[in-house]
Design a protein around this ligand. Structure first.
Ligand code: HEC
Length: 171
């Protein structure tokens, strides 16, 4: 499907969409989610919502993470499940963990928002914005690790079902 979308279908009105990459995979995910057929309503959206409130999801998801509605539209149920249980399995580049060691061995951790020749702009977990001059950075680690904790083992199967059904109800 990736090839069909990036190259189009010769002799048909299906145009190529050559930009490739993440966007094409998002389109494929969307098409795949349409194919999943009738939704599996084993969970209860109301209970899912109160679990989301109790588990503290909203502390992060209003600030540093993609909004649930967007995620629910983009991801299939099994991908939402993976996002919950294995957050490191796929992390969008803008959410990669950034860790810089400054002169004096002070460490700053967070998410890189921007960078230019002279400085790096980082949002710390607390929500605080920092502009760090490159000249004061001794070491940088920027890797596809999520700051979201895994909920594997912290939530029972039923609770996971409720949360997934709640997320799906936002589509
Ligand atoms: C400590 C902060 C934090 C907490 C708590 C947290 N998340 Fe996340 N979450 C993130 C970050 C950061 C991302 C983006 C990086 C990634 O994909 O893992 C994310 C990503 C996601 C995604 C995937 C979004 C996408 O667009 O790919 C879903 C779904 C999600 N979280 C649901 C939840 C739910 C449900 C809870 C509570 C049970 C929760 N999160 C708790 C920080 C958090």
């Amino acid at each position: 499907m990736f090839r069909v979308i990036t190259q189009g279908i010769p002799g048909t009105a299906m145009p190529p969409f050559p930009s490739g990459g993440v966007r094409v995979w998002q389109v494929i995910t969307y098409i795949a989610s349409l194919r999943e057929g009738p939704r599996n309503f084993t969970g209860n959206a109301q209970r899912g919502r109160s679990l989301v409130e109790k588990q503290g999801c909203l502390q992060c998801h209003s600030l540093a993470a993609p909004e649930f509605v967007d995620a629910a539209r983009r991801l299939s149920r099994s991908e939402l499940r993976q996002a919950l249980l294995e957050p490191d399995a796929w992390v969008a580049p803008e959410y990669w963990a950034w860790k810089g060691t400054l002169r004096g061995q002070r460490v700053v951790e967070g998410r890189r928002l921007n960078e230019d020749t002279f400085s790096v702009q980082v949002m710390e977990k607390s929500g605080r914005l920092r502009t760090i001059p490159r000249s004061s950075l001794l070491k940088v680690v920027h890797e596809p690790r999520s700051s979201m904790p895994s909920f594997q083992g912290k939530l029972g199967e039923n609770d996971i079902d409720h949360i997934l059904t709640y997320l799906e109800s936002l589509r």
